[in-house]
Design a protein around this ligand. Structure first.
Ligand code: NAD
Length: 341
């Protein structure tokens, strides 16, 4: 199948090309992101392949549909960047990679915790400058901490298991509780308010949906323990950035570790080192000594790239061959509109 692959980097081209020897699709790699301005580049491509910061809104999808696109193959689990209603209205099928390596993201969240707690970012720089002073590096034992896990799906569950291994007690919150979480031991589901009030570390692993947008806002932060550690490896829009900045300034948030950022589309996956970044909130966050930011790299392991390539190309092959699509994203029956184009 002819596939326009948007937002590709060298590592995407390598993993997709080597896996494609088993699928034989005609892959055309584009470095640019998909949006309503660039959608015309996919004219004549029945399949368009997207990553997390491509913007498949109604306008872009209409241009794609007019150009003959019938399949959107997401190289991600998250799908908040795709207007599923517009896709359904335009008769487009959407497939994704529901799980490529939940370990990659869960382990990265744990990495952020250790980085912040033991101030490894400071320690690394100090030692390189022959400064062996310990002042300013004081941490706390993770053992015995209470960890709040918001979203106990594939990634949240693995994260919880790792934290259980550290000797933490676990408070979970999920719209759809899962007995695998409580089976970990020292883990129970609570209301969000109880989780906010009691957790020393809070890690976000739920999807970005209208109901989870700014889940962490000023009111939520107000309920948290003073000095709480907040970790977000899920989606930037879960945290109200302005409220988080305020929370850090007043000392309520003691540590912030984020792999995702509300306005990351403008920044991440590119080198801005010779430019003046115009996002003041991002620059302010960067300036705080208790904030660690990574640029949406939690998924970025060899294992995950391999699985993303394999599942994406298998999804495309299944669509081409008219097979059942196990990884199709569908709207709930009640909200499925009639196909008009
Ligand atoms: P998943 O679907 O297995 O788990 C998500 C969990 O969130 C489910 O248990 C679901 O019931 C729960 N949930 C849904 N609505 C909720 C709500 N309103 N409140 C609380 N919980 C709710 O997904 P996953 O594979 O564990 O991925 C979780 C998220 O991680 C994804 O949505 C994605 O945004 C993010 N992610 C980030 C990266 C990265 O590189 N940083 C990579 C992959 C995924």
């Amino acid at each position: 199948m002819k596939v326009a692959v948007f937002s590709t980097k060298k590592y995407d081209r390598q993993s997709l090309s080597s896996t494609n020897t088993r699928h034989n699709h005609e892959l055309v790699f584009l470095e640019t992101k998909l949006n309503s301005q660039t959608a015309r580049l996919a004219n004549g491509f029945p399949c368009v392949c997207l990553f997390v910061n491509d913007k498949a809104d109604a306008e872009a999808l209409e241009i794609l549909a007019a150009g003959g696109t019938r399949l959107l193959a997401l190289r991600s689990a998250g799908f908040n960047h795709v207007d599923l209603h517009a896709a359904a209205r335009l008769g487009m099928t959407v497939v994704r990679v529901p799980a490529y390596s939940p370990y990659s993201v869960a382990e990265h969240a744990v990495g952020l915790i250790l980085m912040l707690n033991r101030k490894l970012y400071r320690a690394y720089n100090r030692v390189r400058e022959d400064n062996f002073e310990l002042e300013g590096l004081l941490g706390f034992d993770i053992y015995g901490s209470t960890v709040g896990v918001i979203g106990t799906g594939k990634i949240g569950l693995i994260f919880a298991q790792i934290m259980h291994g550290f000797g933490c007690s676990l408070l979970g919150y999920d719209a759809y509780p899962n007995s695998d979480f409580t089976a970990i031991g020292a883990a129970r589901y609570v209301e969000l308010s109880e989780l906010f009030e009691n957790a020393d570390i809070i890690s976000l692993h739920c999807p970005l949906l209208p109901e989870t947008h700014h889940l962490i806002n000023a009111d939520a932060i107000d309920q948290m323990k003073t000095g709480v550690m907040l970790i977000n490896t899920s989606r930037g829009g879960l945290i109200d950035t302005k409220a988080a900045i305020e929370g850090i300034k007043i000392g309520k948030i003691g540590y912030l570790g984020i792999d995702v950022y509300e306005q990351e589309e403008e920044l991440f996956f590119a080198d801005w080192s010779d430019s003046i970044i115009q996002d003041d909130a991002f620059q302010l966050l960067q300036s705080f000594p208790n904030v660690v930011i990574t640029a949406h790299q939690a998924f970025f392991t060899q294992n995950a790239l391999q699985n993303i390539a394999e599942t994406t190309l298998s999804n495309i092959s299944s669509f081409e061959q008219g097979e059942a699509l196990t990884n199709e994203l569908k709207l709930p029956e009640s909200s499925t509109p009639k196909v008009t184009a």
